[in-house]
Design a binder for this molecule. Structure first.
Ligand code: PBG
Length: 327
C-alpha cells in the first residue's frame, strides 16, 4: 500500500501517545464545589448526588483535608441557610453560613484557595436568584444585594467571588463595591455563559433552591443560543470579570471553545450536578465504567479549551492524575 502518512504511527505505545498528547491537565486547574449547611455534626449524603454531602461548619474540615491531600487546592462554597426570606438576607449576613464557613476555612487552611458562589436563590423563600417585583426578578434592585453578598464573603476571607445569578450589570456592581472597600485585587469569576438547564436539578435538591413558581428562563440563557453567550462573556469582561465561566460543561463544550477564542481571560467550565448524577447513576446500574467516564469527560472539557474545571469529581480526578491515568 502506497501510504506515507499513517496517523496510527503515533498511537503505538503509551509513552509515545503521552509524548504527542495535545491536552495536558493538572490538578491546580480543579475547583471542588462544597455545600455547607447551618447546624453541627452534619454529614448528610445528597440523595440525587451519591458520594456528595452537605457539611456543617464543624464537619467540613475533614473533607477539606482530604481535598488538599489529593492535590485539590481550590474550593467553591455554596450555603444552605436555616431560614429564608423574601429578600434573601442570609446571603449577605455577616454571620451567614458561607461567611462562617469561609472564615473558618481561612483560619485553618491557609493554603486553600477559597471561592464563593454569589447568588440569592439558596436564601430567598421563593427560590429565585434576586428580589421580586410581582413575579419578576427585579434586576437593578438585586444588584445592590449581590454586591453586599460578595463584599461580605470577601470580608470573611474569600479569595475570589463567583456571581451565578445572571442579573445584568452584576459584575460591575460587585467590582465597584470591592474596589470601594479596598479589595482591588480580589478576582471575580463570572458565571457569564450560564444556561437555563435541567442539569441543575440535583443541585437544587441539594441546596433546596428550586424556584417556588415559574423558572429561571428570564435570567438564565436559552440553550438554543450561542452568539448570545459571546455577548454575555464580552460584557462581563468589560465590566471587570477576571475569569469567564461556561455552565453546564458537557452539553456546552462548543461554547467553551467559542468563548476561549473570543475573550482573553481564563475560561472555566462547570460540570454541574446533573452531569455528576448521570455518571453516578449509569455506573451504579453497571452500564458504564465510572472511572473511565470521569477521565474522558474531564479531558474533553480541557480539550474544548477550558483553563479551569469545576467538578464534584475533583478529588477523584486529582488522584487519577497522580496515578498517571490522565493528564
Ligand atoms: C445558583 C447556582 C446554581 C448552580 C450553581 N449556582 C443553581 C441554579 O442556577 O439553579 C448549579 C450547580 C450545579 O448544578 O451543580 N444560582
Amino acid at each position: 500500500m502506497d501510504m506515507r502518512v499513517r496517523p496510527r504511527r503515533l498511537r503505538y505505545g503509551e509513552g509515545l501517545r503521552k509524548m504527542v498528547r495535545e491536552t495536558r491537565m493538572d490538578a491546580s486547574s480543579l475547583i471542588y464545589p462544597i455545600f455547607v449547611k447551618e447546624g453541627s455534626g452534619i454529614v448528610e449524603e445528597i440523595p440525587t448526588m451519591p458520594g456528595q454531602y452537605r457539611y456543617s461548619v464543624d464537619t467540613m474540615e475533614k473533607k477539606l483535608e482530604e481535598l488538599l491531600d489529593a492535590g485539590v487546592f481550590s474550593v467553591m462554597f455554596f450555603g444552605i441557610p436555616e431560614r429564608k426570606d423574601e429578600i434573601g438576607s442570609g446571603a449577605y449576613a455577616a454571620d451567614g453560613i458561607v461567611q462562617r464557613a469561609v472564615a473558618k476555612a481561612r483560619r485553618e487552611f491557609p493554603e486553600l484557595y477559597l471561592i464563593t458562589d454569589v447568588c440569592m436563590c439558596e436564601y430567598t423563600s421563593h427560590g429565585h436568584c434576586g428580589v421580586l417585583c410581582g413575579h419578576d426578578v427585579n434586576n437593578d434592585e438585586t444588584l445592590n444585594l449581590l454586591a453586599k453578598t460578595a463584599l461580605s464573603h470577601v470580608q470573611a476571607g474569600a479569595d475570589m467571588v463567583a456571581p451565578s445569578d445572571m442579573m445584568d450589570g452584576r459584575v460591575a456592581a460587585i467590582r465597584d463595591i470591592l474596589d470601594a472597600n479596598g479589595y482591588v485585587n480580589t478576582p471575580i469569576m463570572s458565571y457569564a455563559v450560564k444556561y437555563a438547564s435541567a442539569f441543575y436539578g440535583p443541585f437544587r435538591d441539594a441546596a433546596g433552591s428550586a424556584p417556588a413558581f415559574g423558572d429561571r428562563k428570564s435570567y438564565q440563557m436559552d440553550y438554543h443560543n450561542s452568539r448570545e453567550g459571546i455577548k454575555e462573556a464580552l460584557l462581563d469582561v468589560q465590566e471587570g470579570a477576571d475569569i469567564i465561566m461556561v455552565k453546564p460543561a458537557m452539553s456546552y463544550l462548543d461554547m467553551v471553545t467559542k468563548i476561549k477564542q473570543e475573550v482573553h481571560v481564563p475560561v472555566a467550565a462547570y460540570s454541574v450536578s446533573g452531569e455528576y448524577a448521570m455518571i453516578k447513576a449509569g455506573a451504579k446500574l453497571g452500564y458504564i465504567e465510572e472511572e473511565k467516564i470521569i477521565c474522558e469527560t474531564a479531558a474533553s472539557a480541557f480539550r474544548a479549551g477550558c483553563d479551569i474545571y469545576l467538578t464534584y469529581y475533583a478529588q477523584e480526578i486529582a488522584r487519577y492524575m497522580q496515578e498517571g491515568r490522565i493528564g
